[in-house]
Write a protein that binds this ligand. Structure first.
Ligand code: G3P
Length: 220
């Protein structure tokens, strides 16, 4: 399973990259705004800065909602760097744009997926990745993880190559459940990824090993 980090924060991207486990980055307009990145030139520079840190796919989202705008923006984003993946919302124009980029050999990530039907359309349009939002479904008392299950089943039925990129992943159990189902990718905040490290028996076991070593050294 590939690990992407879901942030536009360069320090956090560097930290995940330094761990040696990072396969890519996803961003969205809200995450860019959170970092205070405004204006087209700054936004483009920020994507390039991310691409310099991580040798993997970097999702950059279009702002346009009409087909022509998505194509114009997406072409510019794709020209920035070979690792840029054009992120496109699941709308009628978005599906058409996915097909356009797929036919051109440009990687895409179809975002804001909340149903199996939307997942099916993204695969039919040739999306490289599609992003079901697990946490946001949980937020409204729906089962986000169950959606990943349904999409895995549908894609496997037909051998669709579109990768399931589980998004809006909020905590470590989401990551484990996605791995059990066989999601191709998870994108998560650094806190959720770092949470996988934690186990009290690891901490107490290490403390014991170090104490025993220190004791034996003192004797010897
Ligand atoms: O990858 C999508 C993600 O950024 C949305 O996460 O936590 O805002 O639902 P969240």
């Amino acid at each position: 399973m590939k690990f992407f980090i879901d942030t536009a924060n360069l320090d956090q991207i560097r930290e995940a990259q330094d761990m040696g486990i990072l396969d890519g980055v996803t961003t969205n307009p809200s995450l860019m705004a959170k970092e205070g990145i405004t204006g087209e030139a700054n936004i483009r520079k920020h994507y390039l800065d991310i691409c310099k840190i991580v040798d993997g796919d970097v999702s950059a989202e279009v702002i346009s909602t009409d087909y022509e705008g998505m194509v114009r923006e997406g072409d510019l984003l794709a020209d920035l760097h070979e690792n840029i993946v054009v992120k496109i919302p699941m709308t009628k124009d978005g599906v058409k744009a996915l097909r356009y980029f797929s036919d051109k050999g440009i990687k895409t990530n179809c975002t804001l997926i909340f149903s199996p039907g939307q997942a099916l359309l993204a695969a039919k349009a040739g999306a490289t990745y599609m992003s079901p939002f697990v946490g946001r479904l949980d937020d409204i008392s729906s089962d986000g993880i169950e959606l990943i299950n349904q999409i895995r089943l549908i894609y496997d039925n037909y051998g669709y190559q579109t990768q399931i990129l589980a998004a809006s992943v909020r905590h470590t159990m989401h990551i484990i459940q996605c791995a059990e189902i066989g999601a191709d990718v998870i994108t998560a905040p650094l806190s959720a990824i770092a949470g996988l490290l934690k186990h009290p028996l690891t901490d107490s076991g290490l403390a014991q090993f170090l104490a025993d070593h220190a004791k034996s050294q003192a004797k010897g």
